[in-house]
Write a protein that binds this ligand. Structure first.
Ligand code: FCB
Length: 450
């Protein structure tokens, strides 16, 4: 048995369990000034000195805009059954809201090719590259942006219907709202807690407005949203630390999942951040709680927390635990425990896809090969956690590796390598890592079993 292949009793052997890989437009495409693409908030943000490690930007990235055919060959060659990609809003619409044909054609060609290859397509409509002209009018702080998003989604639904198996409206609204408007680590780089909750409300409203539009324009597809989730564990058994861990999870998980699945914001959130209640208009929560066909879950690590002596929590990094190149703790149980917890908390929990999971390591090509043993073990253990959740009754239908290839890791630039395929940024050469070879080997075995 190799170090990846799941045990014989794993649900992963079921061929209905979709195994794929994920990417996002700004992280891989490059070609930021081509064919009428408009600037996005990430072009602006990454041009500001000090915002991104080493001054990196997505201007070239993996040059996927030009190399997409070879990249799809590579994906198909690995036997991956699903591909989660995102559409760059500033590529497909001009500032007046008219379609940009050249940008649209790029995604049509890409999606048609994926269909020809028999690959299941998951398309994210917003993976953080907001058109800069909308940010200039307030971005996600402006309610109007939610309506502009619905217009964009309307166009995408009409143009791309039939080539998309599953649509996700937003990727990780927590990151857009909190990192973008709350602490400023991501574009557009604003730092105000009150902004974060208001931006979140408009993001969720955008999602809710987009759902019926997608249902009307592309009835046969699945529609949902992708949320990142965080595990918070208490540093001690004290009531204060347990409460801190609870607050951590409210801030990371319930802030998004409660409005989507219960139609309310968790009140604990506003005890943590007093005075930050967003402006909610009549009917908004009903729009936001539009039924989902699936929920995408992105999971990476856990955070060990203690009480901050007041209403909040502080991180208490554990010593002697395994960490990745990001410094994130490897903690597969967090994924299983959160999924089981959601099943118990939300009676209408939709079917789940793990839309991202993976890790960064400082991978190097040596004699034409990339050995990434930590990733192999990481993936094996996280897939075992998924299997554990399935066996406990959670309806999980698939898993996407983050990421197909090394790419622009936001504020960390190109230093952090999350791919199962290595990218040499000076030559754009792709080298399949050992982890990808083993995933491919497993998928081949699974197909042969029929
Ligand atoms: C997630 C993002 C994704 C990638 C991974 C590492 O938060 O959705 O684009 O950067 O983290």
């Amino acid at each position: 048995m190799d170090p990846f292949t799941p045990p014989a009793d794993s649900s992963l052997w079921c061929k209905n369990f979709l195994l794929g890989a994920a990417t996002a437009s700004y992280q891989i495409e490059g070609a930021v000034n081509e064919d009428g693409r408009l600037p996005s908030i990430w072009d602006t943000f990454s041009a500001v000195p000090g915002k991104v490690l080493a001054g990196d930007t997505g201007a070239v990235a993996c040059d996927h805009y030009h190399r997409w055919e070879a990249d799809i060959e590579m994906l198909a060659g690995l036997g991956l059954e699903g591909y989660r990609l995102s559409i760059a809003w500033p590529r497909v619409m001009d500032a007046a809201g008219a379609p940009n044909r050249k940008g649209l054609d790029f995604y049509k060609r890409l999606l048609n090719r994926l269909k020809e290859k028999g690959i299941t397509t998951f398309v994210t409509l917003y993976h953080w590259d907001l058109p800069q002209h909308l940010e200039d009018r307030g971005g996600w702080l402006n309610r109007e942006t939610a309506y502009r998003f619905a217009d964009y989604v309307d166009l995408m639904g009409r143009e791309l219907a039939g080539t998309v198996d599953a649509w996700a409206t937003l990727n990780e609204p927590w990151c857009s709202a909190y990192l973008g408007y709350g602490n400023g680590h991501h574009a557009p780089g604003l730092a105000n807690q009150r902004f974060a909750t208001q931006a979140m409300h408009h993001l969720l409203l955008a999602h809710g407005l987009a759902m019926p539009v997608l249902r009307a324009n592309d009835p046969a597809s699945q529609k949902g949203i992708v949320a990142n989730i965080g595990r918070g564990t208490p540093n001690s058994d004290s009531a204060a630390d347990r409460r801190a861990a609870h607050r951590f999870e409210v801030q990371h998980n319930a802030w998004i999942l409660d409005p989507l699945l219960k139609g309310t914001y968790p009140q604990d959130l506003f005890e943590l951040w007093p005075g930050t209640e967003p402006l909610v208009l009549d009917g908004d929560m009903r729009i936001i709680a539009s039924p989902l066909d699936f929920l995408g879950i992105n999971y990476y690590f856990r955070t060990n927390v203690a009480s901050d002596g007041a209403q909040g929590f502080r991180d208490v990094p554990l010593e002697g635990v395994e960490r990745t190149q990001m410094g994130w703790e490897v903690y597969p149980d967090g994924l299983r425990d959160l999924l089981i917890g959601f099943k118990d908390t939300y009676e209408n929990l939709p079917p789940i896809y793990i839309t991202e999971n993976g890790m960064a390591s400082d991978d190097e090509v040596i004699d034409g090969r990339v050995d990434d043993p930590q990733r192999i073990s990481f993936l094996k253990r996280h897939l075992a956690a998924v299997d554990g959740a399935i066996k406990a009754g959670v309806d999980i239908r698939g898993y996407f590796l983050w990421s197909l290839m090394d790419n622009f890791e936001w504020a960390f630039g190109y230093e952090r390598r999350f791919g199962v395929v290595h990218v040499d940024y000076s030559t754009q050469k792709r080298t399949v890592k050992r982890s990808a070879e083993l995933v491919a080997k497993f998928l081949k075995e699974r197909r042969e079993r029929g």
